[in-house]
Design a protein around this ligand. Structure first.
Ligand code: PLP
Length: 443
């Protein structure tokens, strides 16, 4: 049923939709509805033009309302709306995988499709277990994540994830352990790019392996840059150490690139940006510019080929989703890749990063700011929490910024920025100009 509300004529009844990761009652008392989008801007239900400071939810890398994607999706729906990929196929899924393989980190050219980041993570963990088992090392049943890690909301993802609220009320997979996080304001506050301190935190992995026995560990999973925890670039030397330790013990290293994939740092993937190749890589979000749900796990060819050694009539991996490689998602993804390539968006963040960094760090003296950090076109401003009211300041910034025409992502008292990769320098100035004004009004 439609009702009249101050947020637009004929606004929908808000009661039936149980909103994800949202304070439902708080939201529904004061809803924030977006009704259309084009380029760098949303339009809200009250007609306000809203600059998108976070690419929707870290996903709309080529900006909103891209006609080529809409047309490709429309054509695909009319040509072949659905085809199974279990024991059947359709041309687009092979074509899309081949094109993704071309931009993938060296050797990671075997691709398993999913529908989300969470599914990509659970798929990667399952591939890791099955890989070791196929090699006669089925005792490798442990996975190691990191505190403050976010790997989606499947049971695998929350087991290796390290955001406490996402884990505490759910049963988890057995045998997991976590390295310490790298959030270190005492030593690294206001660092630009990779912080100087903290490489030794990768030694945690040795300690954990000594405790459990390295031969019991299947995989280590980290976000190369923690995103949801509030943009934590890896300390210099940290990822290198993780890579070396995993190599020494035959453990697979998984990079969760659901946020960093598809150009966010200025290279197609963070692994290319940092020059460190994992064994498995999870992606989603930017793979279709956020237009149609899709995810993909990239595997090293050698891992894939390990599965291809048994009798040919046997299914090699008992895993997949009805919509793995959905034709409409593939059409959206192919059109997205064309835009990324034609407009140079997979590397554009590299040229914008210095301006982004300068503007972001210009907020250093704003009230209540206790840290500013950035890498590529990802950045965060951390505010001092109000005593006894953690998250209140961050939420107030979100609400006030929206009123002034800016969408920011607030997790607790950390504000995160990841504008679409089409952003102009003038739009970056506008973004941080609005933010600076808003921060002055928050006590
Ligand atoms: C690093 C990382 N992994 C996994 C996910 C989960 O992705 P999805 O929400 O598509 O399941 C996210 C989502 O933000 C993420 O940032």
């Amino acid at each position: 049923m439609n009702t009249q509300t101050p947020h637009g004529e004929n606004a929908p009844d808000l009661s039936a939709f149980w909103m994800p990761f949202t304070a439902n009652r708080q939201f529904k008392a004061n809803p924030r509805l977006l009704v259309s989008a084009k380029g760098m801007y949303y339009r809200s239900a009250d007609g306000t033009e809203v600059l998108d400071g976070c690419a929707g939810l870290w996903c709309v890398n080529a900006g909103h309302g891209r006609e080529e994607i809409a047309q490709a999706v429309g054509r695909q729906l009319e040509t072949l709306d659905f085809a199974p990929t279990f024991q059947m196929g359709h041309p687009l899924v092979f074509d899309f995988a081949a094109k993704l393989a071309k931009i993938a980190p060296a050797g990671m050219d075997r691709i398993f499709f999913t529908n989300s980041g969470s599914e990509s993570v659970d798929t990667a963990l399952k591939i890791a277990f099955a890989y070791h088992r196929a090699r006669g090392e089925g005792q490798r049943t442990r996975v190691i994540g990191r505190e403050k890690g976010y790997h989606g909301v499947g049971f695998g993802g929350i087991t290796v994830g390290g955001l406490v609220n996402n884990r505490r009320v759910f049963p988890l997979l057995p045998g997991a352990d976590h390295m310490r996080h790298t959030h270190d304001l005492a030593r690294n506050a206001f660092a630009k790019g990779q912080p100087d301190h903290g490489a030794e935190l990768a030694d945690e992995l040795d300690r954990i392996l000594n405790l459990h026995g390295p031969e019991t560990v299947a995989a280590v999973i980290v976000e190369p840059v923690s995103g949801s925890a509030g943009v934590l670039p890896p300390p210099k030397g940290y990822l290198e150490k993780l890579r070396a330790t995993c190599d020494a013990y035959g453990i697979l290293l998984i990079f969760d690139e659901v946020i960093t994939g598809f150009g966010r740092l200025g290279a197609p993937f963070a692994s290319q940006f940092f020059g460190i190749t994992p064994d498995l890589m999870t992606t989603a979000k930017g793979i279709t510019n956020g237009s149609v749900p899709m995810g993909a796990v990239f595997a090293k060819r050698a891992i894939h080929d390990t599965f291809m050694s048994g009798p040919e009539p046997l299914i090699e991996l008992f895993h997949g989703y009805t919509y793995s490689g959905h034709p409409v998602a593939c059409a959206a993804g192919l059109a997205t890749l064309e835009i990324y390539e034609r407009e140079g968006l997979l590397t554009r963040a590299a040229s914008l990063a210095p301006k982004f960094e300068a503007l972001l760090h210009g907020l250093r003296e704003a009230p209540n700011v206790i840290d500013v950090r950035n890498i590529g076109l990802m950045g965060a401003v951390e505010l001092q929490p109000r005593p006894g009211a953690a998250g209140a300041r961050g939420y107030e910034v979100l609400v006030k910024a929206l009123q002034k025409g800016l969408l920011v992502r607030a997790t607790g008292d950390i504000l995160a920025f990841s504008p679409p990769l089409i952003v102009s320098e003038a739009e970056l100035e506008k973004l941080f100009g609005i933010l600076s004004e808003v921060l002055k009004t928050i006590d």
